[in-house]
Design a protein around this ligand. Sequence first.
Ligand SMILES: Nc1ncnc2c1ncn2[C@@H]1O[C@H](COP(=O)(O)OP(=O)(O)O)[C@@H](O)[C@H]1O
Ligand SMILES: [Mg+2]
Length: 370
Amino acid sequence: MKKSAILNKYVNEHASIIMMLMDERGFVKKSNVFAERILGAEIVGKNIRNLILDFTGELSLDKLLESNGPLLLNVKTPENLPETFYFSFYKTDDELTLVLGEQSEKENVKLRQELLALNNELNNLSRELYKKNTELQQMNEQKNEFLGVAAHDLRNPIGLVMSYSDYLQDELRDRLNDEEMDILKTLESQSQFMLDLLNELLDFARIESGKVKLDMEVFDLLQLVSKSIRLNKPFGDKKDIRIDIKTALDSLPVNADMGKIEQVMNNLLSNAVKFSEAGTNVEVELKEKGGYARVSVKDQGPGIPEKELPLLFKTFSKTSVRPTADEKSTGLGLAIVKKIIDAHAGSIRVESKAGAGSEFIFLLPALGRK
Ligand SMILES: Nc1ncnc2c1ncn2[C@@H]1O[C@H](COP(=O)(O)OP(=O)(O)O)[C@@H](O)[C@H]1O
Ligand SMILES: [Mg+2]
């Protein structure tokens, strides 16, 4: 084999150099394997102007043909990624132009360096993020601990103020005038509110810190719900709100933390009464459905505007719906309720429209019946 034939074969089949022959109008007549790999299999017949990316819009065929030294040009790969080559153009003796394109090693090194730098930056950022995350977690735990300690330590002195004001009301009933008695009453009711708030905070801090342990036992949810309704009846009576129960069941056994589920019921029932106008009704419904015990608490109150529904179940989150008889509101109740239900692998949701009442529905895994 002649040396020139070997060289030809090599450049055609193996070399990493773009080689094309084009006619005087820029149409590709022939190409090597590498050119097809970079520019796509069907380049013969295409015009060089469609293969080279002209970012400046100033490139013309004449300019290409006249250029002597290698030109740094971008081509479009079938994956639509630009790649940079040094192109040289040589006139051949049969009126064609030999186009040779060589990958620019310098450009490649630059690209690789840029990639490396970006990668390092990304690594640094992830590390920074991880660090910040851990710090935040620690700070959050500290905050919860602080909240828990503060709430706990404040409970006793406030409890004391409450019982003393109660005691004084009894003792001084005959010696104080109405105004003075009112002050004592306010003292008592305000300390009651503080105590309730502290208990909620304590509950919340405990649940949030993951320290809450469920005391699971098998009990009848129907009985618990009935008891909860009984306990909330006096509050309903004050506002002439009746709380009814509706169920076809005579018992609904569940395996759950009885105290915590009672807390859930109290929260939902007190909300239903708190946010409803006097003279309306609250209906509690109990069902068993698809392996779940389903409890719904439905009121005829003002309902919650759709826009504000995402606010529910969040800490210290209240909606524009306010208590109707000046009852206290902290916005912690539903956040605690949700955490309790979630811990039981249950779920809670609300159905409510402004002006159409609210229905809070929660599900708990039911005990299969034989
Ligand atoms: N049954 C209800 N009807 C209308 N709005 C309600 C009802 N229950 C809760 N909400 C709204 O959700 C908010 C959060 O409730 P909750 O977490 O129990 O806190 P709180 O009872 O202390 O206000 C309430 O302030 C009220 O705006
Ligand atoms: Mg509440």
